[in-house]
Design a protein around this ligand. Sequence first.
Ligand code: ZN
Ligand code: ZN
Length: 337
Amino acid sequence: MTNQVVGYATKEVGGALNLFAYAPPKLGEHDVQVAVTHCGVCHTDIQAINDYYGITPFPFVPGHEIVGFISEVGTQVSNLKEGDRVGIGWQARSCGECEWCQKGETQLCMKIEDTTVMVPYGGFSTSVVADHRFVYPLSSSMPAEVAAVLMCAGVTVYSAMQTHITRPDLTVAILGVGGLGHLAIQFAHAFGCEVTAMSSSPDKQEQALGFGANHFILSNDRGSMQQVEYGYDLLFCTANNGIHWSQLLMSLKKRGKLVMLGFPDIELNSTNLVAHELSITGSLIGNPSRMRTMLSFAQDHNIKPMVELMPMSQVNTALQIVKENKARYRIVLVNDA
Ligand SMILES: [Zn+2]
Ligand SMILES: [Zn+2]
């Protein structure tokens, strides 16, 4: 048998992660095996550990912002070879047959829960297996920790903006200056938009402006939010809690659009929606084509997450920091197995 994989798994909902050894998944003819060097910690890892989406398989090894080196290639793979440095995000394969896969919108695959790199086991481990069509070669000038975060947080904000920022003269607000938000500010600025960062933490103002925001608003301050009523064409919501929904919707221009990127519970009164003809939508990761254009866009515009590195053996501490919203702004685990 080939070498065992060593990962960090939880055996139950909400449990701590512990060392867990398993046989490497069988390599399909279109697959590659990647030896993981770095893996970012995403807020959705915590939601998956808590089975928030109701699809988590246990034992569960989280981790889907992966950077590493190709260690084995399937017989039908010609564009990648052993030793190539690559990134992998949340999605590692797709059914290829449903209407969405046929359109190339693989992030909407009807069998989405089977498509994640965390099935059978994710990137908080020594290696993963993915379909080569979801494995992205990285420029040698892009640091591993930067590429790792772009694999989920980066493509999530970029793809949403590529879809919804149809003109650079749109006024854009970003709610939440965290892992997603600090990248969303940078991407929206690079799209040429006037950007307002909204956060409940006054101490994030200076950094938000540094990331490229033109303005900063305290999202939990009624007076400040009243001053921006009817202010924005587009509002990207990256926050996960503490959201005052009716106040938030009032900051949209008539026919404005709220784009959800995180997964908070939404409490809505329909009055503003109807009276101002607002839209609420969501955006999920991005397809392989968006992933590739995101990587070159980020490189061209010098978009970089602010990252704190931690050894993978401290994964539980890292998860706790993210859970408490104390990461500034993203943690990337470095494999020390
Ligand atoms: Zn993620
Ligand atoms: Zn599909």
